[in-house]
Design a protein around this ligand. Structure first.
Ligand SMILES: CC(C)(COP(=O)(O)OP(=O)(O)OC[C@H]1O[C@@H](n2cnc3c(N)ncnc32)[C@H](O)[C@@H]1OP(=O)(O)O)[C@@H](O)C(=O)NCCC(=O)NCCS
Length: 152
């Protein structure tokens, strides 16, 4: 397993990862190439989007890191990072999330960030446990959501 920065060539496979997650947890969301490009790869607030690649060369997950700007959809304080993690259920609990966060953390430090926000569904126990394990702590609980912060 290795990680590298995502490019436009990864968009279709990243969409496939999103569909594998939807099939697994039933939480509907867009997953087409245009959505992946706009949300993750070509978003002007993106600092880095990292993909995890398995031995066969397939994308098995990705993690986006963006800079919070005024009016961002998560109400994250301006200047913080915002992280999002999407890993195929086929490889859960194999350390892919940990590997991705090592790359994201490094990118955040390089970008001079001091804090990273994670916006997690309150019913998403694996997501909550994952971010706890990555060193995040809860700082805000809007209705149905847990927002955690990692101090870099
Ligand atoms: C949450 C998610 C990112 C975890 O990724 P992962 O590759 O399975 O995580 P890792 O294998 O690197 O796990 C790292 C640590 O996180 C914790 N963790 C991860 N998944 C967990 C789970 N289901 N239950 C309990 N702890 C968990 C553990 O401490 C784990 O270390 P360990 O396996 O040595 O005990 C992944 O399940 C995922 O993409 N889910 C769907 C989308 C999602 O929920 N994204 C995040 C919230 S928005």
């Amino acid at each position: 397993m290795k990680t590298r920065a995502a490019s436009a060539d990864d968009a279709a496979e990243m969409g496939r990862v999103l569909r594998e997650i939807i099939d697994h947890n039933g939480r509907q969301r867009p997953s087409d190439v245009d959505f992946v490009m706009g949300r993750y790869i070509a978003d002007p607030t993106s600092i880095q989007c990292t993909v995890a690649i398995d031995e066969a060369g397939n994308v098995v997950g990705f993690q986006s890191l963006k800079k919070a700007v005024a009016g961002n959809p998560y109400d994250t304080p301006e200047g913080w990072g915002i992280v999002g993690t999407h890993i195929s259920p086929k490889v859960h609990r194999q350390g892919v999330g940990k590997l991705l966060f090592a790359a994201t953390r490094e990118a955040a430090l390089q970008a001079g960030l001091e804090k990273i926000d994670a916006y997690i569904g309150a019913d998403n126990s694996s997501g909550l446990r994952y971010y706890d394990a990555m060193g995040f702590r809860t700082y805000r609980t809007p209705e149905g959501i847990v927002q955690k912060v990692c101090d870099l």
